[in-house]
Design a protein around this ligand. Sequence first.
Ligand code: ADP
Ligand code: MG
Length: 546
Amino acid sequence: MNNQVQPIFILPEGTQRTTGRNAQRTNIMAAKLVAETVRTTLGPKGMDKMIVDSLGDVTITNDGVTILEEMQIEHPAAKMVVEVAKTQEDEVGDGTTTAVVLAGELLKQAEELLEKNIHPTVLAKGYRIAAEKAQVILNNISEKVGDRDEEVLKKIAITAMTGKGSEASKEKLSELAVKAVLEVSEKEGSTITIDKNNIKLEKKVGGSVDDSELIQGIVLDKEKVHTEMPKSVKNAKIALIDVAMEIKNTEIEAKIQITDPNQMQAFMDMEEKMLKDMADKISKSGATVVFCQKGIDDLVQHFLAKKKIYAARRIKKSDMEALARATGAKIVSNVDDLSSSDLGNAGIVEEKKIGDEDMTYVRKCKNPKAVTILIRGGTEHVIDEVKRAMDDAIGDIMAAVKSGRVVAGAGASEMELARNLRLFSDSLSGREQLAVKAFADAIEVIPRTLAENAGLDPIDVLTELKSAHDKGRKWAGIDVFSGKVIDAWKEGIIEPLKIKTQAVSSASEVAMMILRIDDVIAGGVGKGPDMPPGGHGMPPGMGGME
Ligand code: ADP
Ligand code: MG
C-alpha cells in the first residue's frame, strides 16, 4: 500500500468544464458575438443579411430575430441571447435587434468592471437596480397616445418600416396596418384587448406592393378543387376536416389476389362506394363548403361537385385554425363524425382571381373581427421582407394602442434614459454607482450604432446629442440621413413605450444571468455544445479560481 492521494473524478470521462473568470469570459464573448452579428442591421440605414440554409434556400432580411433563428446558433450562452430576441418578438414583435445589441453591450460594459475586480454579484445587483429604475424613467418620459389616434399610429407603423424592404410603399402599408389593428381591437371599459391571431397576413406574388389590400375575413391561397363546383356560396355552412379525404393505404402491405374480372369490378365498386360515402356524409351534415387540411380524392371531388359543394384542399394548419376562429367551425378528424354542430358560418365563400391565380375569400364571417392583409409584390423575397416589416408594424401599433404610451425613436429615448440613469446614480455609493453608470453607458449603444450604421462619426453625434439632452431637449435624436440632431417627436419618429421597456428588461435579465455563471459543465465529447475558442478542450477540473 502507498499513501499517494488518488485523484478524484466526480464527473464522467469526456466532460468539459470551465470555471471562474474563464467561464465568464467565454460566455461573455459568445454573447457579444451574437450582438455583433446583428448590430450592422440596426436602424433605417442598417444593412441586410443574406442567409443560405443547408437546402440552399435564401433569406434576405434585416430582422434581428429572423437572422438569429436562421443561423442555428449552438453555444449555450449565445443561445440565451437569441432567446432575448425571441422574447422581444413574442412580447412586442419589433425591437429584436435593439434588445440583442443592448444585451451584448451590457455584457461588454460588465467585462470592463470585472477586469477592475468588481465582483460579479455586486455588478449584477447594480444592474438590477439600474434596470428597475430604467422602467420608471421610461414610463415618466413617455407620451400619451389616444387609442384611435390614427395619425400617431400611422407614424409608428412608418417608423417600424423605415429602411426595410417595404420602405417605398410605407404610406399604403402603414395605413393597412393601422386599419387592421383598429378593426380587430375590442374595448371594454378602459381595457383594450387585441388578438393578433385575428390579423392574417397572406402573400401573393405578382403586382406591386402598392396593390396590397385589407380584406374583412379570411383569404386562402387556394382554389376550388373542381371546375364544376360553384364559384361562390352564399350563407356558407363550413366544414373543416384535418384528415385526407381519400382511401387510406393499409399500413401492412396487403396482397389482394384477383382471379376473375368480376372480382376486380367488385373491388373497384367498393372503393368508389367508400369515396361516395365520404361526400354523402359531408352533404348530410348540411355543409356547403369543405376545407380540408390534406388531400381530396378525385372521386370525392367529383361527388362533392355534383352536390354543389365548394371544396379546397391542402389548407395550412394555421389557416385551418384561423378559419375555425373566424367561422366558429370545429376542426373534425373523422368524416364519419361530422355533424351540423361542427359547421361554421360565413356570409359568402367565393373564388377570386388575383393576378393569374385563384384564391378563396371567406367573408362576412361569424366573428367579424377576422381580417386578412393580402400582401402583393414582385418576388417572393420582396414579399417575405414586407411581411416581416408588416409584422413589426402591427406589433408596434398593438403595443401603442394597448398601453396608450409611446416614445420618440432615433436614439432620443435612449439618450434621455441614459442621462436620467446617470443623475440617479449620483445618489448611490461606490461600486453600485459604477454599475449603474456602466448600464447607462450601455444604453447609449443604440444611438451610437444608429450613427455608425449611417456612416456618421459616432463620437461627434453622441456629444451633440448629449448636450441637446442636457439642455432639456427630451426628444433630441439623430437624423440618420443628414447626421444632424433633430426633434425625433416632431419628425414623427415614434415607437411604442413597450419596445423600450421590454428590450431593457430582457437584455438586462440575460446579462445578469450570464454574469452569475462561473462554472460551465458540458456533457461528453461530441455530444456537448460547441465552445468558441478559449473554451475548447478544457481538461476536467481545469480553469482558474480568482
Ligand atoms: P429593431 O429590430 O430593434 O426594431 P430596426 O432595424 O427596426 O431594429 O431599427 C430600430 C431603430 O431605428 C430604433 O432605434 C428606431 O428609433 C430607429 N429609427 C427608426 N426610424 C428612424 C428614423 N427615421 N431616423 C432615425 N432612426 C430611426
Ligand atoms: Mg424594427
